[in-house]
Design a protein around this ligand. Structure first.
Ligand SMILES: O=C(O)CCC(=O)C(=O)O
Length: 176
């Protein structure tokens, strides 16, 4: 049977079944809900990945992204999720892997806004060491209709190629 590192190398991603206990997920959920509602202390870390939408209230966030939530709430780093994610990164890419940053994303209900297709590596230009892994942890039940993460397996011919990306015109994330 193919090992996880072999599958990761081949496809560019793996899915880990039951990465965290329900208790860990619930703790993260409580902290993240607090940060999501705390618009004052997170203002400098916060953006809308969907960008501005001229047709709705400009203040309404559709895909809230909060960079480095642990810088506002350092106890987050003590949560087992961080340790387990790092163990997996080491298993997949080597024992010298370290946490670079954490991030939370909230897809507000009834906004029907897709997250733009992208490669994470396109955000990380000029990184001398190209090894990286993002660990995406769902805190709610996720399925196609409510915004689960989608991956496209890399093809053999692509190698480590980063496709050209552009900025969304309305100030959101980058898109293929
Ligand atoms: O949750 C999503 O739909 C996108 C998340 C993402 O792109 C990321 O975590 O790098």
């Amino acid at each position: 049977m193919e090992t996880s590192p072999a599958r990761f190398n081949k496809n560019g991603y793996i899915k880990v079944k039951a990465l965290l206990s329900l208790e860990i997920v619930e703790t993260l959920e409580t902290i993240y809900d607090g940060l999501l509602n705390d618009k004052t202390n997170t203002a400098h870390l916060r953006s809308d990945l969907a960008g501005a939408d001229g047709t709705t209230d400009k203040k309404a966030e559709r895909i809230t992204q909060i960079m480095r939530p642990s810088s506002v709430y350092p106890d987050l780093l003590k949560n087992k999720a961080y340790e387990i994610a790092l163990q997996w990164a080491k298993k997949l890419l080597g024992d010298d892997m370290e946490l670079d940053f954490d991030m939370m994303i909230d897809k507000a209900p009834y906004t029907n806004t897709p997250t733009p297709w992208h490669q994470d590596a396109a955000y990380w230009i000029e990184m001398p060491d190209k090894r990286s892994v993002s660990c995406w942890i769902a805190l709610d039940e996720v399925y196609e209709e409510n915004g689960c993460m989608w991956f496209i397996p890399k093809s053999d011919s692509e190698g480590e190629y980063i496709l050209p990306h552009k900025n969304l015109p309305n100030g959101g994330g980058i898109v293929l």
